[in-house]
Design a protein around this ligand. Sequence first.
Ligand SMILES: NC(=O)c1ccc[n+]([C@@H]2O[C@H](COP(=O)([O-])OP(=O)(O)OC[C@H]3O[C@@H](n4cnc5c(N)ncnc54)[C@H](OP(=O)(O)O)[C@@H]3O)[C@@H](O)[C@H]2O)c1
Length: 292
Amino acid sequence: MTQPQLIVGPGALGRLLAVRLSELAPVTLLGRRPPPTRLALTAPDGHIVQRRLTSETAASLAAPFRGTLHLTTKAYHAQAALDGLAQKLAPDTALVLWQNGYGVQRTLTRDWSGPVLCATTSEGAYVTADGVVHAGHGETYLGHLHGAYADLAERLAALLSRAGLHCRAVGDIDTRLWHKLAVNAAINPLVARWRIRNGQLRDRPFRPLVEALIDELVLVMEAEGIAPPAEGWRARVWRVIEGTANNRASMLQDVLAGRPTERDAILGPLLDAARRHGLEAPQLSALYDAVG
Ligand SMILES: NC(=O)c1ccc[n+]([C@@H]2O[C@H](COP(=O)([O-])OP(=O)(O)OC[C@H]3O[C@@H](n4cnc5c(N)ncnc54)[C@H](OP(=O)(O)O)[C@@H]3O)[C@@H](O)[C@H]2O)c1
């Protein structure tokens, strides 16, 4: 039998994982308040899947939990969510971190007693009153920051793939997280700051702002020793903008809804790296201040 899967953070990504994985494994969805016990997932082709799930809070979860814990909160809630549960978890519980950015990945890999895998995904999902819409299929990559636990990564990637999320275990998740972070940093804060869709970055007055950001990002990545994508940074950023032209980035949605943004997880590591290497990063700093 497949190991129990505990999903902490019953938002868009957590609900998507919960419904999909519940076809293959015992799944518990855990929130600050008890999440719904019945969820409807609307697939990208419009097909609707209904699932009953076990719903818990940190207080109600039976201890000790043994299995895999998928942490699907926003980056700024991840550490507190895990701290609130830690007493209930067997010390060898495997964590999968789904957060965008590159912050909690480093600290939890260092501090957690069991295996920690990081995931980066381009799946798209959003919450509805009674469930979740899986807006578009993407690719998910999974691995340990320093290449450990390869067998576990293979097993979990196979499980996620069987559940319908294309997932591959990789030995270079560190580089992949940096790459996603850099591309996100060139797009998300700008569209959030100016309240525009991604595609509008192709036009004046935004195009030169993207170019200036790429210039800063290239220097930071070089100094940090992160190899550029095969196609080069400029081509990568513009390709993503083209491919997501109609999107409202999650950071823009957060700003529009008056929620905190993931700026610390996305811009924070770049500004830290710039400082460490004595580089100026005026565009990145200004955006950090502007998006709140
Ligand atoms: N959605 C996507 O398509 C997508 C795609 C790629 C990557 N990501 C990344 O995945 C992460 C999650 O994104 P999301 O869109 O799913 O966010 P979301 O919809 O805001 O969901 C986050 C969930 O975490 C819950 N939470 C916060 N603190 C908690 C705690 N202490 N214990 C349990 N649950 C807690 C929140 O509940 P409350 O209602 O109590 O706040 C909320 O339900 C982000 O880092 C995001 O960048 C998302």
